[in-house]
Design a protein around this ligand. Structure first.
Ligand SMILES: Cc1cc2nc3c(=O)[nH]c(=O)nc-3n(C[C@H](O)[C@H](O)[C@H](O)COP(=O)(O)OP(=O)(O)OC[C@H]3O[C@@H](n4cnc5c(N)ncnc54)[C@H](O)[C@@H]3O)c2cc1C
Length: 527
């Protein structure tokens, strides 16, 4: 009775979260006192930031009996139910577990966004961004790794990192080339690592995308193929229906070790002096201090420590210790959303998202839409590129309708008049294609999908999203039109990286050498 009544009352994400926290088995908690071990003066290694990288580094170092201190500015991810329910990843943005950054207003892009800027989510908790991201698992192409090695990242070529990729994962893949009837065991994928990789599409719409890709001669592939060109059903870090982040799947099993200690909450860790319970504490590393505070956090700590571009540090009144190009190489895959109306209800929308059936399937069977990231398929392709150069476009096709709650969200930050106009054009059956702009020369490839008979069979109709003052005055479909659309509508792609670039010590754009040591530190050693 209680269950039925509560289910009927679910009308919003907040009520759904409340409901789930009532009926789900008590979520895991960390053993009492595990974070309260007294702080020592000296450790072998001090790792700053318990995110994707830091949790793994600290766990692996502690396997070798070294004493490791892991410092984290955020709290525990277990405080919020939504970090554990895969489909809820989207709703962690803007919470206390997110650093909540905004870009500065952009001069040449973001013209359809409020104040011409993007919201940048970054995890602030154990697991870092891996505790709030979309869980999509893609290794990247061989050609990028080879290029980085050629540019000076010695030892980071594809064949050298492949054993570590395999060591990391436990891949449970299905052969969608054979209609999903077989389990795939690939030589190139790991089977015994802590990060579980599952493969599942969110809705039956993926059937039409797989068919459309076949018509375009795009084969069904492994998303983590060394040279991906084709379509793959989304692979995600999900274990038994729950998010598998670096906190849950690496760090927590290692916390029982006496030689690994984690301190979390409170900020400011400077090489390392940190503040905990209003006390400034200094701890020393016998071997190394490892900075793994993320694309923004690591750069920020270096800058505050006087390591960065001289001119910028002087402007900020920071004593310059080393002139290094910290922050200069920042990169992201900007993304651009294409939207399609279709003529049948195969998608997810606010009406069908939290049906009692879906919720019960999750609560009792840990199955169904809530146990996935919400994505259907990914397409990788080489437009205007040779096959041996790696893909330059990624499409992530999501079955989510373009509707009020989503478009008014921080996530998109579109201007009100643009949102109003868009909402007039979509129906509740719409789905979306996220075009990740990797290194393309053209974006027109995406629209070839519309010509396939598979997409025609569901009447997939492109929804124009130019609006008055936002490209509608330019000749539709001309090159100028698409340039304008990109300048107005592309936004953050959540793949920010590169602020502490690794490369040769002789390359002025390097911040760290191929062994991840600060370049200025090497100069001092050589003196
Ligand atoms: C919304 C979103 C969706 C994404 N989707 C995907 C996806 O589907 N697939 C994918 O592969 N990638 C995705 N990413 C990107 C991916 O999550 C990140 O690239 C990755 O987690 C970065 O790992 P990291 O270790 O460098 O940093 P993080 O995981 O961000 O960890 C940095 C840690 O350092 C801590 N920290 C920062 N400053 C300090 C300080 N001063 N003192 C102590 N601690 C500090 C932070 O709190 C954080 O815990 C997504 C990211 C976001 C935000």
């Amino acid at each position: 009775m209680f269950l039925g009544e509560s289910l009927l009352k679910i009308s919003s994400i907040a009520s759904l979260t409340n409901f789930l926290s009532l009926v789900l088995q008590p979520r895991p908690v960390d053993p009492p006192g595990i974070f309260e071990t007294p702080i020592s003066n000296t450790y072998d290694y001090i790792v700053v930031g318990a995110g994707s990288a830091g949790s793994i580094v600290a766990t692996r170092l502690s396997e070798d009996c070294a004493n490791v201190l892991l410092l984290e500015a955020g709290g525990t991810d277990l405080d919020d139910e939504r970090t554990q329910i895969p489909l809820m990843w989207f709703f962690l943005q803007g919470t206390a577990m997110d650093w909540g950054y905004w870009t500065v207003p952009q001069k040449f892009s973001h013209r359809a966004m409020k104040n011409e800027r993007s919201y940048w989510a970054r995890g602030k908790m154990i697991g870092g961004s891996s505790a709030m991201n979309a869980m999509g698992f893609v290794r990247g192409s061989r050609f990028d790794f080879e290029q980085w090695e050629r540019e000076g990242a010695t030892g980071w070529g594809y064949d050298k990192v492949l054993p570590y990729f395999k060591k990391l994962e436990n891949a449970k893949l299905t052969d969608y080339g054979n209609c999903g009837n077989f389990i795939l065991y690939l030589e190139t994928r790991g089977k015994f690592g802590p990060i579980v990789v599952n493969q599942e599409s969110a809705t039956p719409l993926s059937f039409f995308h797989l068919k459309a890709a076949a018509e375009m001669n795009l084969p069904v592939i492994d998303c983590s193929d060394q040279n991906p060109r084709g379509i793959c059903v989304t692979q995600s870090n999900i274990k038994n229906g729950t998010r598998c982040n670096s906190g849950n799947c690496y760090l927590r099993p290692a916390l029982e070790r006496q030689n690994l200690q984690i301190l979390f909450r409170k900020n400011k860790a400077v090489g390392v002096e940190f503040v905990k319970d209003n006390k400034t504490i200094r701890v020393f590393a016998k071997k190394e201090v490892i900075l793994s505070a993320g694309v923004i956090g690591s750069a920020q700590i270096l800058l505050l420590s006087g390591i960065g571009p001289t001119e910028h540090l002087r402007q900020m009144n920071i004593n310059v210790k080393s002139n290094l190009p910290v922050g200069k190489n920042m990169q992201d895959h900007l993304d651009f959303f294409l939207k399609y109306n279709i003529n049948m209800s195969l998608n997810t929308n606010s009406e069908n998202f939290a049906t009692p059936r879906r919720i019960l399937n999750f609560v009792f069977n840990k199955k169904g839409i809530f146990t996935g990231s919400g994505g259907d398929v990914n397409v990788f392709t080489h437009t205007c590129r040779k096959m041996n150069e790696g893909p330059n476009i990624q499409l992530t096709i999501i079955p989510t309708a373009y509707e009020k709650d989503a478009v008014e969200d921080l996530f998109l930050n579109l201007k009100n008049e643009v949102v109003k106009e868009h909402l007039k054009r979509v129906n509740s059956n719409s789905f979306q294609v996220i075009l990740y702009i990797l290194k393309p020369k053209s974006i027109r490839f995406t629209r070839r999908l519309e010509k396939t008979s598979a997409w025609k069979s569901i009447n997939a109709t492109y929804i124009r999203h130019d609006t008055p003052n936002h490209c509608s005055e330019i000749e539709y479909d001309s090159d100028d039109y698409w340039e304008c659309m990109l300048r107005h509508f592309t936004r953050r792609g959540d793949h920010q990286m590169g602020t502490c670039r690794m490369g040769s010590v002789n390359d002025p754009s390097s911040v760290v050498d191929p062994r991840l040591r600060l370049v200025h530190y090497l100069e001092q050693i050589q003196e």
